[in-house]
Ligand binder design. Structure first.
Ligand code: FES
Length: 157
């Protein structure tokens, strides 16, 4: 992926190239690219005149920042206790078997990212899968595998 540093510079200019703006700049870059590209962090360090290790340190400290590209669709499989008992391991096994995706993986074409989450507050509907904020309850391995396949097809670049 070729990074457009013009966009990064515009974000830095918007907040001002000063250390106090670091967090807001990083949040905006993370939002713009759906992760923090290495080159963007190097540019931020250069323009804010701070060590690049400090920028990477902030990126690693806060969970909100993503260091790897994220797919256009985000699938969260709940691994909380209720969902685990009701079948999350079978859902994840099926997704891995059918789509070769494990939690934390993103498809090569960036159509989809698979992640796990600990309880989304819908335990009565366990096992639960959340796709871009939409909750699917009583999810079966077949349904979720088919849904993920469809999402990958419809969100290809
Ligand atoms: S454990 Fe999955 S929603 Fe609560």
């Amino acid at each position: 992926m070729e990074l457009n540093l013009t966009d990064v510079d515009a974000i830095i200019d918007h907040w001002g190239p000063k250390p106090d703006s670091l967090l807001q700049i990083m949040l905006d870059i993370n939002h713009r690219f759906r992760f923090l590209p290495r080159e963007s962090m190097e540019r931020v360090a250069e323009r804010l005149r701070m060590p690049v290790s400090q920028v990477f340190g902030v990126a690693n400290f806060f969970k909100v920042f993503r260091l790897k590209p994220q797919g256009r669709v985000l699938v969260h499989v709940c691994t909380g206790t209720a969902c685990h008992v009701k079948g999350t391991p079978r859902l994840l096994d099926r997704i891995q078997q059918d789509l070769h995706l494990r939690p934390g993986d993103t498809t090569e074409d960036l159509s989809l990212t698979l992640e796990t989450v600990n309880c989304v507050g819908a335990c009565a509907s366990a096992p639960v899968v959340v796709v871009d904020g939409v909750t699917y309850g009583q999810a079966t391995p077949t349904e979720i595998s088919q849904l993920a396949k469809k999402l990958m097809e419809t969100n290809k670049a």
